[in-house]
Design a protein around this ligand. Sequence first.
Ligand code: GLN
Length: 380
Amino acid sequence: VAKRLEKFKTTIFTQMSSLAIEHGAINLGQGFPNFDGPDFVKDAAIQAIKDGKNQYARGYGVPDLNSAIASRFHKDTGLTVDPEKEITVTSGCTEAIAATILGLINPGDEVIVFAPFYDSYEATLSMAGAKITCITLRPPDFSLPIQELKSKLSKNTRAILMNTPHNPTGKMFTHEELDQIASLCIENDVLVFSDEVYDKLSFEMDHISIASLPGMYERTVTLNSLGKTFSLTGWKIGWAIAPVHLIWGVKQAHSYLTFATSTPMQYAAAAALRAPDSYYEELRKDYKAKKEILVSGLKSVGFNVYPSSGTYFVVVDHTPFGLPDDVSFCEYLIKEVGVVAIPTSVFYLDPNEGKNLVRFTFCKDEETLRNAVGRMKKRL
Ligand code: GLN
């Protein structure tokens, strides 16, 4: 393997999902629903295939999808973007993140990330030769340490790569925190890459796109996808929205990484994004009920559960159960209890951090969640 990837192991999601299968454990690890997306979206994909939408798509997205993304973004943020000039469709948000980094970051540029962070951030920044500056968000509320952010900005800082609602903690950046990040970025001429794939899964407060704050659109790449919102994580349809001077780099990287994304799925994604607001309300209601089952269940098992405002994840402190760290706790949980969680130390630059935390997902049907809680109550 090339040096730039030497330090990375098999992703934790792949590891944990194969262990789940091997041990017949209930998988509350990798964040994929065990139920299907809506019929109207699946039907749209079948129709597109039957209608012969099966050859290469236009590289930066089929016109219908670009326009549905722009309308949805306008509804959500009030921002008007040109669907033809300011959007690039990618193979999932993970590719959008990679294309943004490879398209806009030079080797040696500094990029700030907030730990814990989704594992692809570090790997992709390494592939681009970026210098990673890490700021840790700490329990109980994982709030932004603004002084630390100020002190870590340097003349070489090119971008902040952030995520709200935040995987794995479920933290949502508050309006005040986003304002603070925005003014620092404007003052220091820093870009923001904002991963917002859980934007529709916000339970305690409204999601705010940092691009919508004054002076921010011109320095922000907003990243999103279809998977979480429509329970279709295997479709891998994502996108980046940014002003022309930034999207150009993203589009160029995307052109040479994958060139284009699955054509029929893009037509179906366009149909999905035209869903009425009631779809999103229903989704939020369903997830709220699931979250309640998992959170109250975990509390009754004896975990210290940290508050989560968004995403379909919660993190807990596992130390009441006496295992030395998150990895050994997760091993015990799989083998002796029959439940899979994700150890969070893999989401930090410093592997000594996050050892007392593990992440559970509640994107499962209610019976599965109850069964998982039942197993933990009995066997932990
Ligand atoms: N984003 C999902 C999670 O955090 C999984 C993504 C993946 O499997 N790479 O669980």
